[in-house]
Design a protein around this ligand. Structure first.
Ligand SMILES: NC(=O)c1ccc[n+]([C@@H]2O[C@H](COP(=O)([O-])OP(=O)(O)OC[C@H]3O[C@@H](n4cnc5c(N)ncnc54)[C@H](OP(=O)(O)O)[C@@H]3O)[C@@H](O)[C@H]2O)c1
Length: 343
């Protein structure tokens, strides 16, 4: 049997990826060592970083070069070969990091690349890459672990209709905050409100007036995903002792350069705390706690998971472009094979 793997063929120019960015290669099925498994991938995670990793001038945490296999934050699929007693053939498994391809060899006992068994009766397979995967863990870290957020405070979340932002806002509601999302377009804002956010501002048509209307007394807590104009405005509206939890800066991942920095005098005058985070490896030991709590909240309907799917490894570049252009709602995925558990 052959497998298909996705390699970086060439680094893109600034802006959208093209079909030439990736190269699909047929390869021999890898041999398994003791306690390893082979997963037939059903869904692959596409992340804001999928574009950032292809910008060799940018500041993203990881960089890919031509000839390297493309990677993402997770794959979920069916175990088709197994030398591990806890992962029998026919069961389902999810990973936190994944090399893009039709199959993935995994070593569940290796703490550096965690793999967990998933039960499709408990949550749909795709949720293990979204609310229950590294995406959800990023939101959990930014709301519960990085900086304090108190009940009754006003929290603002940017990229609120995206995978991390949508879950972050729902966590902020669980915390008891008043939560305002920022997203691109009225349909997306409607979606964000349907998740339980108190309001959502369309940054394409109504950023400054909308945010001032929604936060008349200012902002206590900001979950920062994008940077640029949104960041500058939010900073100017922060209340005394406010906190800014820095998750990412997606506005600068597409190779188009860094937007001008904000005036930080407000940090002094309002005595603000700004703190960035990398959910892994810094908070890895909290991953089990995050999964258990979020699983319970999903069952109770307090957290909802949604995903946007693009079919086929040959369309990987389109999946990355969809996310950069904001065409995704919730978690962006590549569907690689039929999901036998989907209704
Ligand atoms: N720190 C960590 O440990 C960690 C881990 C994983 C991810 N992250 C960060 O989490 C953030 C979200 O990533 P994700 O993978 O979940 O992606 P996502 O939020 O699902 O998708 C990105 C969204 O960002 C918005 N966007 C794109 N360009 C924008 C721009 N120039 N200005 C404003 N909004 C823009 C788009 O929505 P609109 O239509 O609303 O524009 C798009 O849907 C990223 O900043 C990423 O780097 C951090």
């Amino acid at each position: 049997m052959n497998i298909t793997s996705v390699y970086v063929a060439r680094l893109p120019e600034p802006g959208p990826l093209t079909f030439e960015t990736y190269d699909l290669r047929e390869e021999a099925t890898p041999e398994l060592d003791d306690r390893e498994i082979l997963i037939r991938v059903i869904y692959l995670s596409v992340d804001a970083g999928s574009r950032g990793m292809l910008d060799d001038r940018g500041a993203y945490v990881l960089k890919l070069k031509p000839g390297m296999q493309a990677i993402g934050t997770g794959a979920v699929g069916e175990v088709v070969e197994s030398r591990h007693p806890d992962f029998p053939i026919g069961s389902f498994a999810a990973t936190i990091f994944a090399r893009w391809g039709s199959h993935m060899k995994a070593a569940p006992d290796d703490p550096a690349s965690p793999v967990f068994a998933v039960d499709p009766q408990v949550a749909p397979l795709d949720a293990h890459l979204g609310a229950l995967g590294l995406t959800g863990f990023t939101a959990y870290t930014g709301i519960f672990l990085n900086l304090p957020l108190a009940a009754g405070e006003t929290a603002v979340i940017s990229a609120a209709a995206g995978a991390v932002g949508a879950v972050a806002g729902q966590y902020a509601k669980i915390r008891g905050a008043r939560v305002i999302g920022i997203a691109g377009g009225s349909d997306k804002c409607e979606y964000v409100r349907s998740l339980g956010f108190d309001d959502c501002i369309d940054y394409r048509s109504d950023l400054e007036a909308g945010l001032r209307r929604a936060c008349p007394d200012g902002i206590d807590f900001y979950f920062e995903n994008v940077g640029g104009d949104i960041q500058r405005l939010v900073l100017s509206m922060m209340r005394r002792y406010g906190r800014m939890s820095f998750c990412g800066q997606i506005a600068q991942y597409a190779g188009e350069g860094e937007p001008p920095g904000p005036n930080l005098m407000r940090v002094v005058l309002q005595e603000l705390t700004l703190k960035g985070f990398l959910c892994m490896p810094t908070y890895t030991e909290k991953f089990g706690q995050f999964r258990a709590e979020t699983m319970a909240w999903l069952k109770e309907g307090r957290v909802r998971h949604d995903s946007s799917v693009i079919y086929g490894l040959e369309n990987a570049h389109e999946a990355v472009n969809a996310l950069s252009a904001g065409r995704n709602v919730g978690k962006q995925l590549i569907q690689v094979a039929v999901d036998p558990t989907a209704q």
